[in-house]
Design a protein around this ligand. Sequence first.
Ligand code: PLP
Length: 381
Amino acid sequence: MNPPMIWLSSPHLSGEEQKYIADAFQRGQLFAWGDNVNAFEQDLESYLGSGFHVAAMNSGTSAIHLCLLLLNVQPGDIVLCQSFTFAASANPVVYLGATPVFIDSEPDTWGMSPEYLEQAIQYYNGQNKKPKAIIAAHLYGTPYKSDEINTVAAKYGIPVLEDSAEALGSFYKGRKCGTLADISVLSFNGNKIITASSGGAVVSASPEVKKRAVFLASQAKDPAPHYQHSEIGYNYRISNICAGIGRGQMEVLENRIALRRENHAFYKSLFKDISFVTVYETPGEDFYSNYWLTTITVNDAAEKKSAFGLMEWLASNFIESRPLWKPLHMQPVFKKNAYFGTDVAETLFNTGLCLPSGSNLSTNEKERITQAVHQWLVLKQ
Ligand SMILES: *Cc1c(COP(=O)(O)O)cnc(C)c1O
């Protein structure tokens, strides 16, 4: 019999979720508003700290779309996007008829390169086409160089959208990810650090932005007894059931961060004597990662060991691992889009791997991973 699959990052329930779901049923609140939605938003607001306002959405992707609407991105506009990220960071730019232009990463955090960002801005300003927004993403829980990105953005007067889908619980210079830009996005997809089964959020320091995000996300209904609309609306609010799951997960967020960080320590120790495997680590005290996923890079031509080889070997042992994000400028769907940078993101894609990192990873599963990695090290591939 095959052993059970070890997953990359699967939902890890607290057991409290059902209480809030039952509550929604009891109150008959089976719609995209209600007590769970309000309370989930409050939980997030108290976590992120006073002064931040949260509008919960049905996905991180819809939250990004709404943020771009709030930043007034229009057809024909240029939006500068980190290339090395999940496609959902940039797809909503295309929903709006605007064009994503991709920027390479810098090697310390794997986040957007401030130098190539500035180069791109200067290029488009020279063409009299000032970019409308910047989308930077924290990858695998590690904060990007937020001050440097914000400094470049401010110099040219371009707003920054912070994609913090992977970084709830991470800190940059003591400040929480999700509060580091003009507007920010969280995700509660099933594979994220905490889940609502599906969900996302728009975070802003302005109560007006929250109000407007909720208005647009609830079909843009004008105040009138009949259905009256002066603007195009969206059906993007989170379901009251999903928000109940989110509430149950918020109760254990700190614990989940601690467990993901323990996974990272486990892999550090597993690979500590292997010279050609580097477990990614944050570059210094300014960066505190929730280590949503532990990632490695593998560099050994002589031994013919590769990240891809390890992935295949783990798969044959019923252990899921995944390559790092394929840079968006290399994706078929974006092959005509402009790109500023060199090969930082591309090299990471070619040499990197995400390892099983769920907060529910058991001791037994860690033993299976240890054994499989030890076998791989002596394997003739
Ligand atoms: C997961 C993710 C998203 C999308 O969030 P969904 O809730 O799945 O729509 C966007 N950006 C990044 C970087 C992500 O990891």
